[in-house]
Design a protein around this ligand. Structure first.
Ligand SMILES: *Cc1c(COP(=O)(O)O)cnc(C)c1O
Length: 499
């Protein structure tokens, strides 16, 4: 299978090249030229498989230029019991008769980004090797919090790679900051950027599209690549867990093969929910994809009106990994639902860049609203949902997951659709312990406590176990304290690469 660019139909590359490059040279995103099928019979077989076997089934359909052995190696290096502290890798928790929580946060950094970023370094180094390239890969990441740490963990000390992570100084939790600033590994660097996530992401994009800089790096045998969810190698592993969740539900006889489910995803950059859309298009029986946003509800409005408009206030919320006004992966959806119309997509993206706004055609709008439903929950609704969900079902959710639960509750109320729903749970409650505890007990209860006492309190009061990677943070040395301006990011990269 070859990969095209969302902005130029004449481009066609193998998956190894798409993954090694990350972003197409003209700024488009790589996308498979067709959508492979998974039959109900396939799903029936997959129900009896382990997570890694299921991954092999799905990834193999996209990464056709990888040998069986190469793929196996990547998969088994990524999804181990040691790293995920569970054999299931992505277990499904039945919260009630219609809400099934797909726990995607059992990996080393306690957020769902591990699902992709534990395997991406292996896919990437395998790709570079397959292409016969003698170059060091320099990973540049802009992160709203969870990607950065997950990428650092995935790439640390991987031979032939270096990684630099930029995070918005005003947009990550204290735990997230500590996780990144204490990162170990010889090939890693971390810097804060003055501004919000979009500032950091735009800064990285500017570096990526700088031709002159690319050549400069090439002359010293270095090539930039991305671990952001714009890289196809990030997206494809995420398709796996939707199939896996469905298979688990078949196996536990919650559903029969062929029964439709809904999938509800707390959304930021639109990567996770796009993976769910792929699963649907491949043949997973999915009725509606419910796109849950926080107060930065640009996607809710888009799904409802067909107008994408980023000209609005940016809010810092208690679900910071979803504080995003430009959802990069939406570009891939537009490409698919427009029937692969790169010119049209290119036009939208130019309008977005120049005016911060575009309006899709009626056909595209209809195709999207046939598949997707949008909704949002602000911080108060999110906190209220954390509390009520615990009181009703004894289950503690993090803030991002709670946004999804709140939006799903509202969806059921509005539509009466009680179809069993897979709710993607994207972070461990421990990662956002302050907001979670204040929702459960009130702010007064935690006013005096630092991050680590919060971890202990959450564990003690709700009979949970602090994930070991978070428990050990307190003893770790802070290695990175740089804060730079948006326009200094390239200089930061250069300084690090000098060594
Ligand atoms: C990244 C992230 C999201 C948003 O996922 P997208 O793929 O960017 O839509 C939601 N929740 C958490 C905890 C995250 O880390």
């Amino acid at each position: 299978m070859n990969f095209k660019s969302t902005r130029d139909n004449s481009i066609s590359v193998k998956s190894a090249e798409a993954i090694a490059k990350g972003l197409s040279p003209e700024g488009g995103l790589f996308i498979p030229e067709s959508i492979p099928a998974v039959s109900l019979n396939n799903i029936k077989y997959m129900a009896d498989m382990t997570y890694t076997q299921r991954a092999n089934e799905i990834l193999g359909r996209f990464l056709t230029d990888f040998t069986e052995e190469e793929l196996q190696k990547c998969i088994s290096a990524a999804y181990t019991k040691e790293k995920f502290e569970t054999n299931n890798i992505a277990p499904v928790y039945k919260m009630n008769d219609s809400q099934y929580i797909l726990e995607l946060w059992h990996g080393p950094t306690c957020a769902f980004k591990d699902m992709a970023l534990q395997i991406l370094p292996h896919l990437l180094t395998t790709s570079v090797k397959k292409l016969g390239i003698d170059r060091e890969t320099v990973i540049l990441v802009a992160t709203s919090g969870d990607t950065g740490k997950a990428a650092l963990e995935g790439f640390k000390d991987v031979p032939g790679t270096k990684i630099i992570v930029f995070y918005p100084d005003e947009g990550v939790s204290q735990i997230q900051r500590l996780q990144m600033c204490t990162q170990e590994g010889k090939n890693v660097f971390v810097s804060a950027v003055n501004g919000n996530f979009d500032d950091a992401q735009n800064g990285v994009k500017v570096i990526f599209t700088d031709k002159e800089y690319e050549n400069e790096l090439l002359s010293s045998k270095k090539a930039l690549s991305s671990a952001n969810s714009i890289n196809w190698g990030r997206l494809v592993p995420q398709i796996v867990y939707y199939f896996s969740a469905y298979c688990d539900m078949v196996k536990s006889e919650e559903i029969s093969v062929g029964d439709e489910v809904n999938i509800c995803v707390p959304t930021g950059n639109f990567g996770n929910i796009l993976a769910a859309y792929y699963a649907k298009r491949m043949g997973l029986p999915v009725k509606k994809l419910i796109c849950a946003s926080n107060k930065n509800n640009v996607l809710t409005d888009f799904i409802e009106t067909g107008v994408y408009d980023r000209n609005r206030d940016f809010f810092v919320t208690t679900s910071p990994s979803m504080d995003i006004l430009i959802s990069s992966n939406l570009e891939r959806l537009l490409y698919i639902v427009s029937g692969g119309n790169a010119d049209l997509v290119n036009g939208y993206m130019t309008e977005l860049k120049e005016n911060g706004k575009y309006t899709v055609t009626d056909e595209i709008k209809k195709e999207i609203s046939d598949n997707f439903c949008g909704g949002f929950a602000d911080d108060d609704m999110c906190a209220d949902t954390i509390k009520k969900t615990y009181e009703k079902f004894g289950y503690v959710t993090d803030t991002h997951t709670a946004v999804a639960v709140a939006v799903h509750n509202a969806y059921v109320e509005k539509t009466g659709d009680r179809t069993k729903t897979i709710i993607a749970s994207t972070a461990s409650p421990f990662k956002f312990n302050g907001a979670v505890l204040s929702a459960l007990q009130g702010e007064e209860q935690i006013a005096e406590l630092d991050e680590f006492r919060l971890l202990e309190k959450l564990a003690k009061d709700y009979e949970l176990r602090v994930p070991s990677s978070l428990a050990s943070l307190e003893e770790k040395e802070v290695r990175f304290e740089v804060v730079c301006d948006k326009n200094q990011m390239k200089a930061v990269v250069n300084e690090f690469l000098k060594n």
